[in-house]
Design a protein around this ligand. Sequence first.
Ligand code: SF4
Length: 319
Amino acid sequence: MTTENTDTKERLRHPEKAGKPDNPSPRKPAWIRVKAPTSPAYGETRRLMREKNLHTVCEEAACPNIGECWSQRHATVMILGDICTRACAFCNVATGKPGAVDPLEPENTGIAARELNLKHMVITSVDRDDLADGGAAQFAASILKVHDYSPATTVEVLTPDFRGKEGALETVIAARPDVFNHNLETVPTLYRAIRPGANYLGSLALLKRAKALDPLVFTKSGIMVGLGETAEQVLAVMDDMRAHDIDFLTIGQYLQPTPKHAGVDRFVTPQEFDDYKRAALEKGFLHVAATPMTRSSYHADKDFAALKAAREAKLKGQG
Ligand code: SF4
């Protein structure tokens, strides 16, 4: 995790959290490992992102996997700027009034896919509740530019809920992403504390509608654990996801970005992650990634290949 959580930086980044008391978290166990970002590929990835004026969720969310992912040139581009209109209790992305949308961002995203030689690219964004379409057109333009610049690259989008804005989801799906990902983030009883401004049932409905609009798109969603949920609640979320046609589930350990963010309730053991994975596969997900360090876009390229293979095997079995 970042060690740059100085008071000044934190105040600028999270003004809404500045007056809140610190939330203590338990000490990290040995299985939470972070690889130091030292490889030449890491430096090249960083340089390209700066050159193209692109933001990444890897940096903005202070993702603990950045050393590993960037060493393999896997970066997740975060479009629509680096200021979010919401203030979730788990998220390190800065909250405030966003600037104008960069018209060159889709093209630069396409160029980055080509330069990084990506088999699979993940594109996410901040929440842009200030925009009439929630940023859907920028997602669509970015998908199309990746197709133009790097036709062999498959595209996964990790979108906000667009706050139900009419036509937003349709715009994104019409650009033909290979994977539509929208995270539920946590169990419904924790929404008020962890994900205020979002709606559990609304997020599920968005995912189901994405699949209805394009039956070939893979749908994906994820939650963090260690926020105070029970195992029964996690299993109930899995059932809700399956009832909404979600193909791929990710589960990872929540880590606290700064002391002002929600505290870690507990560190879920690797054995419990294995148990979740087994339970999820039994419930019919095509693919499941559940480890302490799992994040939405962690190993997304390999997971996409596994997802495709699982669908093909299932179709063969039915044929
Ligand atoms: S897990 Fe995702 S967000 Fe984290 S460094 Fe890897 S690609 Fe970036």
